[in-house]
Design a protein. Structure first.
Length: 81
């Protein structure tokens, strides 16, 4: 289930909301001021990739192949599974 980040256009508060259906995006209300005018913002990531130190055999990789809908890419990020 996608969790989206929004900014309230009334009080500028940033908040996250679970959107089960794309039609629900128009019904998002700010939890701080209860305003119904908000904009979806690009969320930042909470991971980083590094090429130095640690296990040199564990590097991120990408595999691209042709799929029925165009091309598909699978990313393998090292770490606990």
């Amino acid at each position: 289930m996608p969790i989206y980040e929004f900014r309230c256009l009334n009080c500028q508060d940033l908040f996250e909301t679970l959107i089960m259906n794309p039609d629900e995006q128009g019904k998002v209300k700010c939890p701080k001021c209860n305003a119904d005018k908000s904009e979806r913002v690009m969320s930042t990531t909470n991971f980083s990739l590094s090429s130095g130190g640690g296990d040199t055999g564990s590097r991120p990789s990408a595999q691209t192949r042709n799929c029925s809908g165009g091309s598909c890419t699978t990313y393998d990020i090292p770490g606990p599974k």
